[in-house]
Design a protein around this ligand. Structure first.
Ligand code: ADP
Ligand code: MG
Ligand code: ZN
Length: 610
């Protein structure tokens, strides 16, 4: 709105200036020659006073012999010529002979002023007004959205929040691969003189929170070069055609500051496979991607610009991005293992006062599957909890309690549930716990609770004792049974027609696991192959659909196998529950009182696992 006002004022002032000029022109016309009538002219000519008659366009003026006299403008009929006047008013031949007659072209100024200005002026004002208006709109855009400009967040080497490799725990192999890039950025000449070819693009691959952004920053920090940071989704905003020009702008800025790093976070937002879009597919995303490819091919590899991109979906990236000379180097970041987790905890514990009894090792043990971001979040939650409890130092209890918060969302103790619902939840969770406890391939149950967390009514927590990279069929079977434990108990206790909506997500998860067992892991009677190649098709900007590589008949067979796994799991769960009914009742009783029971209680109630 500011811009609008400003432009309005400019146009207003311009209007005044033009009006002023117009006034001047008019005034000149008024002040100029004195006007005389035709009869006066005839009189003067016949008296021999006139030296010259000037005919200019439609106007007629007289210059008298008397040098001091002003030019006289003759008031005549619009289309009457001087000849007509001579004829009609009886100017004598003798006086005509002394007279010189000059015919002039129309004065351009007067012509313009008189005829065109009234037409052109409004037009000019109109154009001017629109010009400023549109400039104003663009101005607003570039403020708010960086119209066509990349506006990358730039981090300069002397930034206070600079990261280095020391800030990244674990990820040893990844760091090793990137040291090379750092060395090159530090001294590009050394490498180019040796004729060495340096990678233009490095793709960081890893699930969310594994430290991709952090690592890219650390590379820039280690090399002491500027870091241009943009996220894939920022290229594609609102306006068509903006993405490509932003890419251009981003690279231009980086090239100017070379050696430098261009970091494109979440590149899958723009770098998805092309041509899969419906309806021709010349969309914004595609143009942006094309521009990235053009830029990457365009600059000299020895210039010292390295493009780092991050994604958690390398499978959906356009193959063109991964060709030599582009993102041909790939660095994978895995979820941290127990040693890495301990290190990551160490880094994030640095600025927090910890109780001396806290064992980071023990916390690392309890957090398999946590990403670096989860661990950072965990310690943060623990610190908040410590403050809330009015303690001086973060204790182990606070950290362990925060694990569940990070895993399952905050407790919702205030949600009021009826005793009846609490009972259903208790039976349901006890069902999970008992089936899990007596299925030896399941991880031990660490905690059962009827306190609602996030969207779950209650929860049963099991924790692996070690990091697992593989899953066996036996484990899948036991896990399926445990997943259905809650559902089975509800059926047994409350009857088939009193089953609640509570287990719906259990059923969904169990179905997904069973499907994966059949279609991905070849664990069913259908045997040694996978079904569905799972490449993503992009439908109208992002949906996905598995590509079927099997017939309808096979689809039926798959459904049957999935059903078999689930039926078998339900049967096993039912057997376990049926043979441990007293333990089930004990656990429910304890849950109704304590609401949350820990591993020691569970083992006391249920006895040994076998
Ligand atoms: P990504 O980009 O892979 O989603 P980030 O780099 O944004 O993950 O990580 C989020 C946060 O998690 C980081 O700011 C950092 O605090 C923490 N983190 C992740 N990985 C590590 C690690 N290896 N060492 C230390 N901190 C980490
Ligand atoms: Mg990130
Ligand atoms: Zn459940």
């Amino acid at each position: 709105m500011r811009h609008f006002l400003k432009n309005f004022i400019i146009v207003f002032v311009a209007l005044f200036v033009i009006a002023g000029i117009l006034g001047l022109v008019k005034n000149e016309q008024n002040k100029g020659p004195e006007t005389v009538s035709i009869s006066k002219m005839v009189e003067e000519i016949n008296a021999g006073q006139v030296k010259k008659v000037i005919i200019q366009g439609d106007s007629l003026s007289l210059q008298l012999k008397d040098e001091k006299a002003k030019l006289q403008k003759v008031q005549k009929e619009p289309n009457g010529t001087f000849g007509d006047i001579v004829k009609n008013y009886g100017i004598t031949d003798a006086s005509l002979k002394q007279l010189s007659v000059e015919v002039k072209g129309e004065s351009s100024l007067k012509f313009w002023a008189g005829n065109l200005l009234p037409v052109l002026l409004p037009l000019a004002i109109f154009i001017l007004f629109f010009y400023f208006m549109t400039r104003g709109v663009q101005g607003m855009n570039s403020k708010a959205m960086g119209f066509g400009q990349s506006n990358p967040r730039q981090t300069t080497p002397d930034d206070k929040n600079k990261k280095t490799f020391a800030d990244v725990a674990g990820a040893k192999e990844s760091k090793q691969e990137l040291v090379e890039v750092v060395d090159f950025l530090k001294d590009p000449k050394k490498f180019t003189e040796m004729g060495a070819k340096i990678p233009k693009g490095v793709l960081l691959v890893g699930s969310p929170g594994t430290g991709k952004t952090l690592l890219a920053r650390a590379v820039a920090g280690e090399a002491n070069v500027p870091f241009f940071n943009m996220s894939g989704s920022e290229f594609v905003e609102m306006f068509v055609g903006v993405g490509a020009s932003r890419v251009r702008d981003l690279f231009n800025k980086a090239k100017k500051e070379a050696p430098a790093i261009v970091f494109i976070d979440e590149i899958d937002a723009v770098g998805r496979r092309r041509g899969a879009g419906m309806g021709g597919g010349h969309d914004e995303r595609e143009q942006t991607l094309n521009q990235i490819l053009v830029e990457m091919d365009g600059f000299d590899p020895n210039l010292g610009v390295i493009v780092v991109a991050a994604t958690n979906r390398p499978d959906v990236l356009d193959p063109a991005l991964l060709r030599p000379g582009r993102f041909d180097r790939r660095v994978t970041l895995d979820l941290p293992d127990i040693k890495d987790r301990e290190e990551i905890l160490g880094i994030h514990a640095k600025n927090k006062p910890l109780e001396s009894t806290v064992s980071l090792r023990k916390i690392a043990e309890r957090t398999p599957g946590f990403s670096g971001a989860d661990l950072a979040n965990l310690l943060n939650e623990a610190a908040i909890l410590t403050v809330r409890r009015g303690l001086k130092k973060v204790g182990e209890l606070e950290i362990l309690e925060s694990i569940e918060k990070v895993l399952l969302g905050p407790e919702r103790k205030n949600r009021i549930i009826s005793d009846h619902e609490k009972k259903i939840t208790a039976y349901h969770e006890a069902g999970h716990a008992i089936v899990g406890h007596y299925s030896i391939h399941c991880d031990p149950v660490r905690k059962v609770s009827v306190i609602s967390r996030g969207s779950a009514g209650g929860y049963t927590l099991k924790m692996p004792t070690e990091d697992k990279h593989y899953h066996t069929l036996a484990q899948f079977r036991d896990e399926l049974a445990m997943m259905l434990g809650g559902y089975v108990v509800e059926k047994i206790i409350f009857g088939d027609d009193m089953i609640s909506t509570g287990p719906s997500s259990d059923l969904k998860n169990a179905t997904e696991v069973a499907q994966a067992m059949v279609t991905r892991y070849g664990m069913s009677a259908l045997g040694t192959r996978t079904f569905g190649d799972h490449p993503e098709m992009v439908f109208l900007g992002g949906g996905k659909a598995d590509q079927k590589d099997y017939s309808e008949k096979t689809a039926e067979a798959i459904d049957k196998e999935v059903g078999n796994f689930l039926a078998e799991a339900e049967k096993r769960a039912r057997e376990v529950v049926d043979s441990h009914r007293p333990q089930l009742e004990d656990m429910v009783k304890e849950l109704m009182v304590k609401e949350t029971i820990e591993q020691e209680d569970i083992e006391r109630i249920l006895g040994s696992r076998a």
